[in-house]
Ligand binder design. Structure first.
Ligand SMILES: [Zn+2]
Length: 207
């Protein structure tokens, strides 16, 4: 990820341009490989109804591994707001790096502001940014929290992710309906029992 921090007067909105790492996506090669993969599994692609499937597979995964650039706009915390800011139930989709099958769910992302506050939609952007690659849920949770800590410098950050992993619900143990919950807490959301409890009760995930 490339970050540029434009110079601006203190007190002005400030934007960090967040640029995903250039994905070296070769769609024709991915399409050829998807065709080989299907045929190796005994799924013939010569019939007309499946002829376009390898291309669709390639484009579907390319989409799952792409996220748009965005500006992480922050504003001075002029009101001195120092209570929890929480974006709840942000839709999440990613791909498990073990099976390359999707996992889907929600993320709850909160922080305790210090000098600066964040445009609210940006919390969802940060989640989408880190979800757009092969992942494990534990690392995704920590990456979102750590990135906000580093770039917003809040008093505390909390991230909870609840997701259903299709590698676990449609294959393997076939534990349909089961979800996996992970959390990452930093700063006073980790150290202060009252803040931590408030965070978990507002996210609806009691700890
Ligand atoms: Zn998996």
């Amino acid at each position: 990820m490339t970050l540029s921090r434009p110079l601006d007067p203190a007190g002005a909105p400030r934007a960090l341009r967040v640029v995903p790492p250039p994905a070296a996506i070769d769609l024709p090669a991915a399409e050829r490989a998807a065709g080989d993969f299907l045929r190796a599994l005994g799924v013939g692609t010569e019939v007309e109804k499946l002829a376009a499937t390898p291309g669709r597979m390639a484009r579907a995964y390319a989409e799952l591994f792409s996220s748009p650039e965005f500006d992480l706009t922050t504003f001075p915390n002029d009101e001195g707001y120092d209570e929890l800011v929480l974006a709840r139930s942000i839709p999440l989709r990613s791909v498990c790096e073990h099976h390359l099958l999707p996992f889907v769910g929600v993320a709850h992302v909160g922080y305790l502001p210090r000098e600066r506050i964040l445009g609210l939609s940006k919390l969802a952007r940060v989640v989408g940014h880190f979800a757009a690659r092969p992942q494990v849920q534990e690392r995704l949770t920590k990456q979102v929290a750590g990135w906000l800590q580093d770039n917003l410098d809040p008093a505390g950050v909390g991230v909870v992710i609840e997701a259903e992993h299709t590698c676990m619900t449609v294959r393997g143990v076939r534990a349909a309906g089961s979800t996996t919950v992970t959390s990452a807490l930093l700063g006073s959301l980790r150290d202060d029992a009252r803040s931590r409890q408030e965070f978990f009760s507002l996210t609806g995930t009691s700890r």
